[in-house]
Design a protein around this ligand. Structure first.
Ligand SMILES: CC(C)(COP(=O)(O)OP(=O)(O)OC[C@H]1O[C@@H](n2cnc3c(N)ncnc32)[C@H](O)[C@@H]1OP(=O)(O)O)[C@@H](O)C(=O)NCCC(=O)NCCS
Length: 239
């Protein structure tokens, strides 16, 4: 399993158009629908990241990297059920996890929100108790900790928000062990979690069916990624 992150930098309109011209029609249409330039760049970088990683790691040519979606929108690599990946983006970061078993990743920038109302309405009682420990600053961080863990779980399952968020509970003990309690009695022990300190203003979590969840985060420079991507497109194959 490998975890990667790209810190987002601005991209000129010219470069953006060049990069978009290399994408398939579906992805191009998706990007065109974004109103904010930052959203467009994040989604584009996510696509470039996953394509270059799949090419490098699994030696699949770009033209053979066909990304489809399950009924809830989770992207997967067509014809390669063992090559699992997942992407998340928030503000300055795009992150990606790759594994041979299903995986989910989530990153969120910590921002002031009505966390108590959200936790009360959508999370479990135990999660609410965990969140409301400590001072207001700690509580906000606890909230985003639980949020990213929950999101990483639903992204690992691939169900998105069709799974009610209070159907399962993330329990964090005083030595930061993370355990999933599923109310429908689904095996609680087969999911493993890891949290990452990517930046003091962000929370990031990975959920995996692989017991050995990597705690190693590889940073990739955006310009190097774009260079590698162009090589991949021009070569039409592996490098
Ligand atoms: C779509 C969803 C899976 C993640 O949304 P998100 O946190 O806003 O966005 P992220 O950046 O983490 O993830 C987006 C990426 O997840 C992937 N994704 C989309 N649907 C997915 C699904 N069902 N399962 C796993 N991954 C999915 C896509 O690659 C997408 O990126 P792209 O649109 O650029 O291709 C879904 O859970 C959602 O809508 N969440 C809203 C946030 C929320 O209310 N969370 C509650 C707190 S727990």
């Amino acid at each position: 399993m490998e975890i990667y992150a790209v810190k987002i930098m601005n991209i000129s309109n010219e470069e953006l158009n060049d990069l978009c011209s290399t994408l398939d029609v579906e992805k191009r249409c998706k990007l065109e629908k974004y109103i904010k330039l930052e959203d467009k760049i994040r989604s584009l970088i996510g696509d470039l990241l996953i394509r270059t990683l799949i090419n490098k790691k699994f030696k699949i040519r770009n033209k053979n990297i066909i990304i489809e979606k399950n009924q809830y929108g989770k992207p997967f690599l067509k014809g390669n059920p063992k090559h699992n990946f997942n992407i998340s983006h928030s503000e300055d970061f795009v992150v990606c996890a790759i594994s041979d078993t299903p995986i989910g990743i989530d990153i969120e920038k910590i921002k002031q929100i009505e966390y108590k109302e959200i936790a009360k309405g959508f999370f479990t009682e135990n999660e609410y108790d965990y969140i409301t420990r400590g001072d207001a600053q700690d509580q906000l961080k606890n909230f985003f900790n639980i949020w990213t863990l929950k999101e990483s779980f639903i992204k690992c399952c691939g169900t998105g928000l069709s799974m009610p968020l209070n159907l399962f509970s993330l329990e964090i003990d005083n030595i930061n062990n993370i355990r999933l309690i599923h109310k429908l009695g689904e095996s609680n022990s087969k999911y493993y979690f890891e949290v990452f300190d990517i930046d003091s203003e962000y929370k990031m979590a990975v959920c995996s069916l692989n017991k050995n969840v990597s705690s190693n985060l590889v940073m990739i420079d955006q310009q190097s990624l774009i260079k590698d991507y162009y090589k991949l497109v021009l070569d039409g194959g592996t490098f």
